[in-house]
Design a protein around this ligand. Structure first.
Ligand code: ATP
Length: 327
C-alpha cells in the first residue's frame, strides 16, 4: 500500500495588490485588488514506504507549498492528499507523530537552551515514553557524534553542528517519514558528507521514507534513486536520474586533452564545440548520429592527444534544460 498519495493537488494564494503612491494606498483601503498565484496546479505522485525521493524545481515552483501541505501546515485549494491513510491537515495531531521535518534555513531547537533541553522539550511535546526516548536519543547521539554538543546553547553551535542536532531532534519521536528542506545549505564539504551519510543510513537501516527538497544536485546524485521535478506547479518528470537525462537529452560529451594547447582542428560532423581552453576541448555530440567509438577514432587519428574520456552532460545542465522546457 502506498504511504503517500497525492492526486491533482492544487493550491492558490490570493494576494492583495497595493497600488503605488499615497492615493493608490488610500484607494486600496476602499477597494482592494487581488491577484491569484497558482502555486500548485495539479500535482500527482505516489510514494511507497522506505523510498528516498528528491523533490526539485526552480525557485517558486511549488516545492515548499507541497511540503507544507504534506506536513499539515497548509490546506490545499483542491485535490487529494493522504499519508498513512490520513488527511494531514484534518488529523494533525496523529499526523505529526508520523513525520519529522527539518528546514536547513531555520531551526526547530530553542535558541537559548542547551541542545539536550530542546530534546527533552520535544520528548514532552510528542509524549515519547522515557525508555524509547532514551534509546533513540543515545543512538542518534552516537551516530551523529552529538555528545560534545549536548550542553551547548543552540545559538553557539556552528551551522554544521546545528544541522546534526536538528536531524536528531526531528527523529526523536521515531517518525516513519522525514521531510528535509535544503538540509545541506551553507554547510562545508565535510559536514555535507556527514549529513548525506546520515540521511542514507536512516533510510536504509531504519526504513524511514525521506522526501528531500534541495537545489544541490550533488545531494540528489548521492542520495536519491528517484527524483520528482516540479515546474510551474506541476510534476514535469518523475523517475531515476537516468530517466530524467533521457527525457531531456541524448547528448553526450567527449573531453579531449590535447598534447598541443592550440592544436584543435575539429570537423563540423563531430558535434558542437562547447569548451576550448588551455588545451582542453569539450564536444557535445549525439551518439545516435556518431558513435563514441567512431568519434574517438576520428579525433585520435587527426590529433596528438594526451587524454580523453566520454561523460554525460553535468546533471545541473540537464535539470536547467528541463526547467526551461517546463517554463
Ligand atoms: N503564503 C503565500 N502567500 C502568497 N504566495 C505564496 C505563499 N507561499 C508561496 N507563494 C507563492 O507560491 C509559489 C510557489 O512558492 P513555493 O515557496 O512553494 O516555491 P518553492 O519551489 O519552494 O521555491 P524556492 O525554491 O524558492 O523555495 C510562488 O509563486 C510563491 O510566491
Amino acid at each position: 500500500m502506498p504511504q503517500i498519495v497525492v492526486e491533482n493537488l492544487r493550491k492558490s494564494f490570493h494576494i492583495a495588490q497595493r497600488r503605488p503612491g499615497i492615493m493608490g494606498a488610500l484607494a486600496s483601503v476602499v477597494r482592494r485588488r487581488h491577484r491569484t498565484v497558482h502555486a500548485l496546479d495539479g500535482v500527482n505522485f505516489i510514494i511507497d514506504r522506505g523510498e528516498l525521493v528528491g523533490y526539485i524545481g526552480p525557485n517558486g515552483a511549488g516545492k515548499s507549498t507541497t511540503v507544507k501541505i504534506l506536513s499539515g501546515i497548509l490546506v490545499p485549494t483542491a485535490g487529494r492528499c493522504e499519508i498513512e491513510g490520513r488527511v494531514p491537515w484534518r488529523e494533525r495531531v496523529a499526523h505529526v507523530r508520523d513525520i519529522g521535518v527539518v528546514f536547513g534555513q531555520r531551526t526547530q531547537l530553542w535558541w537559548d537552551l542547551p541542545v539536550i533541553e530542546s530534546f527533552e522539550l520535544l520528548r514532552d511535546i510528542y509524549r515519547v515514553p522515557h525508555t524509547s526516548y532514551r534509546r533513540t536519543r543515545e543512538e542518534l547521539v552516537a551516530t551523529l557524534d552529538l555528545a560534545p554538543l549536548l550542553d551547548v546553547p543552540v545559538r553557539q553551535l556552528s551551522l554544521g553542528q546545528r544541522m546534526r542536532c536538528d536531524l536528531a531532534a526531528a527523529l526523536l519521536h521515531e517518525p516513519s517519514i522525514l521531510f528535509l528542506d535544503e538540509p545541506t545549505i551553507g554547510l562545508d564539504a565535510a559536514s555535507k558528507l556527514a549529513v548525506r551519510a546520515f540521511i542514507k543510513q536512516i533510510n536504509t537501516r531504519r526504513g524511514v521514507t525521506v522526501i528531500l527538497t534541495t537545489h544541490d544536485m550533488d545531494d540528489i546524485e548521492a542520495l536519491c534513486s528517484r527524483v520528482m521535478v516540479i515546474g510551474n506547479g506541476s510534476v514535469l518528470c518523475d523517475g531515476t536520474l537516468a530517466d530524467l537525462r533521457r527525457q531531456v537529452t541524448r547528448e553526450r560529451h567527449l573531453i579531449v586533452d590535447l598534447a598541443e594547447a592550440d592544436g584543435w582542428r575539429g570537423e563540423p560532423g563531430w558535434g558542437q564545440l562547447i569548451e576550448h581552453a588551455s588545451g582542453r576541448v569539450r564536444l557535445a555530440f549525439d551518439p545516435d548520429t556518431l558513435s563514441p567509438a567512431e568519434l574517438i577514432a576520428q579525433v585520435t587519428a587527426t590529433h596528438a592527444v594526451r587524454d580523453l574520456f566520454v561523460e554525460n552532460p553535468p546533471i545541473e545542465q540537464v535539470v536547467t534544460r528541463l526547467y526551461e522546457g517546463g517554463a
